[in-house]
Design a binder for this molecule. Structure first.
Ligand code: KIV
Length: 302
């Protein structure tokens, strides 16, 4: 009897992929986890080459890629295209698709349908969804179906209007207690990790200590188990005012503008393209071509 070669199943990690349970082990060993957002195949490839553990295809794409004022307009179809591109570029990092506004709020069923699309069509290993409360039953439904879920509390941009804008959260004892309880509830619901956004560092530290799953901070201090930054913020590609928690590691906007400026100037001056940028044709072929063209011109004139 012949046996077929073993292929990874739909839920089995691809070869070379960081196994998801390794994240909790990293927390236990005190090793920091690195997450970065990405939105296309080169982004996935570069984040992988730099050694990132997790790549989030964030709905921040609505702002930094698609030019909207908030994350709310991002659609499932747009996020799917971006997710598919990132998963084509990233090998080792776990790719997490951010579920956009409207894709999980209505019901557990709709959340599950959309999460399945991110895994099947987008190739994501996991999804992220914002909030606690109603999101807890969504997390249970998704995890119950075998889809790993990352939670996200603190400043949740999809509900920024209700939160009074893009503001730090958990700055009073009551609100900090609510965040703490939400974090425990999300862990109990089955999240494998939790983003803490714009939360006072001492609050994030206590939440991190209370959880077995790793916390990934953005504006939540150094005691989180890992950190995430938005691609365009850390590389200096975003035009708007960056939040205080952003550290810019490069100024690619200036570099790109300089390079594009040189290109524009060289096209206008004729310095580009040079002979080395063009293709040759054998002399006899060119002579034949010239003869054919002049014959055609003569015929048109006759
Ligand atoms: O959409 C996003 O990029 C995010 C990160 C800021 C955590 O949710």
């Amino acid at each position: 009897m012949t046996t077929r070669p073993r292929q990874p199943g739909p839920n089995a990690p691809a070869p070379g992929k960081l196994p998801l349970p390794e994240l909790a082990e990293m927390k236990r060993r005190g090793e920091r986890i690195v997450m970065v957002t990405a939105y296309d195949a080169p982004g996935g490839r570069l984040a992988d080459a730099a050694g990132a553990d997790l790549i989030l295809v964030g709905d921040s794409a609505a702002m930094v890629v698609l030019g909207h004022e908030s994350t709310v307009p991002a659609t499932v179809d747009e996020m799917l295209v971006l997710t598919r591109a990132v998963t084509r570029g990233a090998r080792r990092p776990v790719v997490i698709a951010d579920m956009p506004f409207g894709s999980f709020q209505v019901s557990d069923e709709l959340a599950l349908e959309n999460a399945i699309r991110f895994v099947k069509e987008g190739g994501a290993e996991a999804v992220k969804l914002e909030g606690a409360g109603a999101s807890l039953s969504r997390v249970r439904a998704l995890v119950g179906a075998g889809i790993p879920v990352m939670g996200h509390i603190g400043l949740t941009p999809q509900s920024a209007t209700m939160l009074g804008g893009f503001k730090a959260q958990g700055r009073t004892a009551d609100r900090a207690v609510r965040l703490y309880e939400d974090a425990l509830a999300l862990e109990a619901a089955g999240c494998f990790s939790l983003v803490l956004e714009a939360v006072p560092a001492p609050v994030a530290e206590r939440i991190t200590a209370a959880l077995a799953i790793p916390t990934i901070g953005i504006g939540a201090g150094a005691a989180c188990d890992g950190q995430v930054l938005v691609w365009h913020d850390l590389l200096g590609l975003y035009e708007g005012r960056a939040p205080r928690f952003v550290k810019q590691y490069a100024n690619l906007a200036d570099e790109i503008t300089r390079a594009l400026g040189s290109y524009v100037a060289e096209v206008r001056s004729g310095a580009f393209p040079e002979t080395k940028h063009t293709y040759a044709i054998p002399d006899e072929e060119l002579a034949e071509f010239d003869a054919a063209v002049s014959e055609q011109v003569d015929l048109e004139r006759a």
